[in-house]
Design a binder for this molecule. Structure first.
Ligand code: 2BA
Length: 109
C-alpha cells in the first residue's frame, strides 16, 4: 500500500477530488499554506494499493493545470528575510507536487 500526498492549487482541488472519486480513490483534503507564496493551497492524502498508484498519478496530472503568475515584491516586514523578493517575478504555479510514501500498516477501527 502507498500514501500519495499531493499539493495542488485550491482552484483545482474540487475537480481533482471528483475525478479521483469517480475512479474509487478515497481522499482526505487538508487546507495547507505554501512556504514561499504564503498562500493557501490544498494537500490531498490518497491511500491506495501499489498497483493503482500510476492511475492516481495520471488523474492528478490531468486535473492540475500549470500556469504562470506574476508575484509582486514581498516585504521582509512580518516575514522571513529569506523569502524577500525585491522585484516582481514570474513564477509557475499550479500543477501538482506529489510524494509517494510506502505504508507499513493500515487500520480502520
Ligand atoms: P509555495 O512554497 O508557496 O511555492 C509556490 C510556487 O512558487 C512554487 O510552485 C514555485 O514555482 C515557486 N517557488 C517556490 N520557492 C521559490 C523560490 N525560492 N524562488 C522562486 N520561486 C519559488 P511549486 O514548486 O509547484 O510548489 C507548489 C507548492 O507545493 C508550494 O507552495 C509548497 O506548498 C508545495 N511544495 C513544493 N515543493 C515542496 C517540497 N519539496 N516539500 C514540501 N512542499 C512542497
Amino acid at each position: 500500500m502507498k500514501l500519495i500526498i499531493a499539493v495542488v492549487e485550491d482552484k483545482d482541488s474540487h475537480r481533482l477530488i471528483d475525478a479521483l472519486g469517480e475512479q474509487d480513490f478515497k481522499t482526505t483534503k487538508l487546507s495547507s499554506t505554501g512556504g514561499f507564496l504564503k498562500e493557501g493551497n490544498t494537500t490531498l492524502m490518497i491511500g491506495c494499493d501499489d498497483q493503482n498508484v500510476d492511475d492516481a498519478l495520471a488523474i492528478i496530472k490531468q486535473n492540475s493545470s500549470q500556469r504562470e503568475q506574476m508575484v509582486a515584491p514581498i516585504s521582509p516586514m512580518g516575514g522571513n528575510a529569506d523569502s524577500y523578493i525585491p522585484q516582481p517575478i514570474n513564477i509557475e504555479v499550479g500543477g501538482a507536487t506529489v510524494f509517494v510514501l510506502p505504508i507499513e500498516s493500515f487500520f480502520q477501527f
